[in-house]
Design a protein around this ligand. Structure first.
Ligand code: HAM
Length: 427
């Protein structure tokens, strides 16, 4: 019989097999963030609809088609967050963080919501790991951000990803560049997809971001695309050159992609993304950039910033497809007899302060316990036989080395500790 309820379209349950991989990925990331000196900030999962509408850009897909917008019982216009940046900067302003320190390094992680057509790598509820460096206009801040971005992927074991970078200039430069793009696309305008024709009217840069293969084929036939880099003013150009030099100095392999435009409107100057082409259409594993006008857009003082978000679901999907196995902790299985059950109960509690311990709560017979221990793949078996129990001893069996020894109960933890393999590295 089919279950009465299923998870809503575009959402999914992460079952125990998978949550272990998620936790591993999260803890690897946390280590990197701590070493870079980033502090966590937690903001609400919903905010005023206006906050997102204003910052993401009225013509962006996020605002036009993807917002989970609702009115609550108090008639407030709200939306589930489609991204973190707007909420983090709203909090930054609301709590006057700018007055407490010149530069803030902030990270957040959790679910975000976008109403798109679900497909491989695209969900309506997905998780982002988001980082912001607020308060510095220096190219060094962009370099740190991109380096952190790359180091996070490296901590998950990726070695072959290429970071694409571009400079999207300032809104005025972008308008001029948009005009140049309109001219460039004019010969094929009527053949473009409906979506791209609309984008050409409202925000021509977005045409470059189209997922329509036909549009890309048309663009490939056109003479050379005008380059945004060539329309940058002297200051933006100098910033861009410094970012590229900094990335080279940091040993980051970045590829300049003239066609890289981001799906959100608040970016200025540096923009970057990383893709895993083997995932198909939804290949962006993460992206970000500088947003020097965003805090002002929210009514705050001029405050430059740069940040990125990584789509954790796609990272996990990609790791899974690459066959990455996350290490499971080595476990200890305690097997008791009727006469030693009470001793075992107290021993198990003690061992669990330090080790992962399996123990049969159903008080089944010796044979059933041994069978379960074999099935679970526990490395160590601690046998509490009647005779050993009476002498204050236990038998420790190491299934990896095939050895067995009898030792005093109070020496057990020490013996386990010295034999246990350190965990943490992916296999
Ligand atoms: P974004 O490029 O819109 O940037 O999203 C970042 C990442 O989230 C994408 O590269 C992708 O991996 C993942 N993602 C987006 N939509 C979906 C989806 N429907 N299903 C699964 N994964 C998805 C931002 O959100 C900016 N706030 C990043 C930023 C922070 N810029 C400055 N600071």
């Amino acid at each position: 019989m089919a279950p009465r309820h299923q998870a809503p379209r575009g959402t999914r349950d992460v079952l125990p097999d998978e949550t272990r991989r998620w936790r591993w990925a999260e803890s690897r990331a946390l280590g990197v963030l701590e070493r870079y000196g980033y502090a966590e900030i937690r903001t609400p999962m919903f905010e005023d609809y206006e906050l997102f509408a204003r910052t993401a850009g009225e013509s962006s897909d996020v605002v036009q088609k993807e917002m989970y917008r609702f009115t609550d019982l108090g008639e407030r216009e709200l939306a589930l967050r489609p991204e973190f940046t707007a909420g983090v900067l709203r909090a930054y302003l609301e709590h006057g963080l700018g007055g407490r320190a010149r530069v803030h390094r902030l990270w957040s992680a959790g679910p975000v919501f976008r109403y798109g057509r679900p497909q491989k790598g695209r969900w309506r509820q997905f998780s982002q790991l988001n980082c912001e460096l607020v308060g510095s206009p220096a190219p060094g801040a962009d370099v740190e951000m991109i380096t952190l971005f790359v180091d996070l992927y490296e901590a998950w074991g990726f070695r072959d990803l290429t970071v694409l970078v571009n400079s999207v200039g300032q809104p005025a430069t972008r308008r001029a560049y948009g005009e140049a793009l309109r001219g460039w696309l004019a010969p094929v305008r009527t053949e473009l997809s409906e979506d791209s024709r609309q984008r050409l009217e409202v925000n021509p840069l977005r045409v470059l971001d189209t997922k329509d293969e036909g549009d890309h084929a048309l663009m490939r036939k056109l003479p050379k695309m005008p380059r945004m880099i060539e329309t940058l003013d002297a200051e933006d150009r100098a910033h861009w050159d410094d970012v590229l030099a900094g990335l080279a100095a940091a040993g980051i392999r970045a590829e300049v992609d003239d066609g890289l435009v981001r799906g959100l409107d608040y970016y200025t100057r540096t923009a970057f993304e990383v893709h895993d082409r083997s995932l198909g259409g939804q290949s962006a594993l993460g992206g970000g950039g500088r947003y020097d006008g965003l805090v002002e857009m929210l009514g705050g003082p001029p405050t430059p910033g740069v940040g990125f978000a990584i789509g954790l679901d796609r990272v996990l999907l990609s790791l899974e497809e690459r066959g990455l196995e996350t290490p499971a902790p080595e476990t200890v299985c305690v097997v008791a007899m009727d006469a030693t059950r009470a001793t075992a109960t107290s021993l198990v509690r003690e061992l669990r302060r330090e080790f992962t311990v399996e123990y049969d709560v159903e008080a089944r017979g010796f044979g059933a316990q041994m069978k379960a221990a074999g099935k679970s793949g526990a490395r160590f078996l601690v046998l509490l036989g009647e005779e050993e129990g009476a002498r204050g001893e236990v038998a420790l069996k190491d299934s990896k080395t095939g050895t067995q020894q009898t030792l005093r109960r109070d020496a057990l933890a020490g013996a386990l500790r010295t034999r246990m393999a350190p965990t943490g590295e992916p296999r």
